[in-house]
Write a new protein. Structure first.
Length: 188
């Protein structure tokens, strides 16, 4: 005899946003493959790396009237069951009416052991499907290593793995960031 399991239907982005609207500000939720996921607070090491990355990005993106921000959600009009919150988002244009951008040009994730597979898997696929995105940075916590996924004017993505002595190229922003800067004051 077979037993069929009933799966809960996938949540859609609009329903997800309605669900979290009244949640406390200190709660961070993502919609991943139709499931609402409450994110654990990031560790201090993780937050130091995010802070260093934001500080390095701000002067570069400011020249174009853009902003480097933590904690913005992302949406893709062609994907209705996924709304992740990367660690860093660079975007230009007017301020958002809500916390969800559809037009990032750079996204960065600082890897945590609990999010490693998702950040390098499904999230990476989602980010690379965003038409405006030019670079996706995967930043390691336990070593000075940054994976830079980038694309030129075409649809193809290329990968460069950088170490402490390298520089993160951001040609669409007319600048670069030394990898060592991302790890300032962080023992490795």
């Amino acid at each position: 005899m077979s037993l069929a399991l009933r799966r809960a239907p996938r949540m859609r982005v609009a329903d997800f946003i309605a669900m979290i609207r009244d949640r406390p500000d200190e709660e961070r939720w993502e919609l991943l493959d139709g499931e609402a996921v409450l994110m654990a607070p990031p560790g201090e090491r993780h937050q130091l790396i995010v802070s260093n990355l934001l500080a390095a990005l701000r002067p570069i993106v400011g020249k174009f009237g853009c902003r480097a921000l933590p904690g913005l959600g992302l949406r893709n009009d062609f994907v209705d069951d996924y709304a992740p919150i990367p660690d860093v988002v660079v975007r230009c244009g007017p301020l958002l009416p809500d916390g969800y951008a559809r037009d990032p040009i750079v996204v960065a994730e600082v890897l945590s052991p609990s999010t490693l597979n998702n950040d390098r898997g499904r999230k990476a696929e989602f980010y690379q499907g965003l038409q405006t995105l030019r670079a996706y940075l995967i930043v390691y916590q336990d070593e000075a290593r940054v994976e830079v996924w980038s694309r030129g004017n075409g649809p193809d993505w290329s990968l460069r793995v950088l170490g402490r002595d390298d520089t993160i190229p951001l040609p669409d922003l007319g600048g670069s960031i030394p990898v060592a800067t991302v790890y300032d004051d962080i023992p490795l």
